[in-house]
Design a protein around this ligand. Structure first.
Ligand code: 6PG
Length: 262
């Protein structure tokens, strides 16, 4: 599998680069099939990229983005109120949704049910099945899935050792943060690996070792179970790793397929 890695000098330029890729993929998807269905990453890293999308969408390569053709979903969500600072929806609403003319009916947040995240996951699965009902395949095929990565190798709310990593049928499942016990809902690997494009965003020195392992296999021991981030294997889509220099200082040694965003 060829490595597609983009490295920006710093976090601000990484956000610009992610925004540019988002807008490029949006323009292409809308030109190709009239819509852009994207699953947003949670956590803190994507915030600035969402702000840059909101600031630059009028100058997208294919012209201003027609937001009525864009549908937003989430790769995972914490079962907290939407105005809680931990909410992935809340972060995207502040950084992107409140700043662009996207119709409310095009925004598809995960339902919040802290007492029964399994029900919230089943409900979200129905939302996905209805939204992608016209597709020939059973699995939804997002035009883009954005993901972050934890230093422990988790992505979305797929944590190391979780049984749901082996799920093959469900599209979304309840999850629990291994340290805080926080209830969550996450997309499953079959959906994630069926995307036309997946972008993993990593910023900062805390992610250096895990990104090196995920991208180049550095430090992985023979026979060790693959971490969630290592199980990103798009069936037929592209997987693009996008990092700043702090997260990928080792990239300078790669002699191929490294795009440097200046
Ligand atoms: C979440 C995310 C999670 C996140 C990583 C990185 O809801 O927490 O989906 O997978 O992307 O933990 O988080 P940071 O961007 O805050 O480092």
């Amino acid at each position: 599998m060829s490595i597609r890695l983009g490295v920006a000098p710093d976090a601000a330029l990484l956000a610009e680069a992610v925004a540019a890729e988002f807008l490029r993929l949006a323009s292409e998807a809308i030109a190709r099939h009239g819509a852009f269905r994207v699953s947003l990453a949670g956590g803190e890293t994507p915030r600035t990229a969402y702000e840059r999308i909101a600031a630059t969408w009028r100058k997208a390569p294919g012209g201003a983005i027609p937001w009525d053709r864009v549908h937003l979903y989430w790769s995972d969500e914490r079962m907290v109120p939407r105005d809680d600072p931990r909410s992935n929806f809340g972060m995207a609403r502040a950084a992107l949704i409140s700043r662009v003319p996207i119709p409310a009916e095009n925004v598809h947040p995960v339902g919040i049910d802290a007492a029964n995240p399994g029900a919230a996951a089943a409900d979200y699965e129905q939302t996905l099945r209805a939204a992608f009902a016209g597709e020939s395949k059973a699995l939804p095929r997002f035009d883009l899935i954005l993901l972050g990565m934890g230093a422990d190798g988790h992505t979305a709310s797929l944590f190391p050792g979780a049984p749901l990593l082996d799920e093959q049928a469900r599209l979304a499942l309840a999850a629990r943060h291994p340290e805080t016990g926080e209830p969550r809902v996450t997309l499953t690997l079959p959906v994630i690996n069926n995307a036309a494009a997946t972008i993993v965003i990593a910023s900062g020195g805390a992610k250096t070792a895990m990104l090196d392992r995920a991208v180049r296999g550095t430090g992985r021991r023979e026979g060790e179970p693959l971490l969630p981030i290592e199980r990103l294997r798009p069936a037929s889509g592209i997987l693009l790793w996008m990092a700043d220099a702090a997260a990928a200082p080792w990239a300078a040694s790669l002699v191929y397929r490294v795009t440097t965003y200046c």
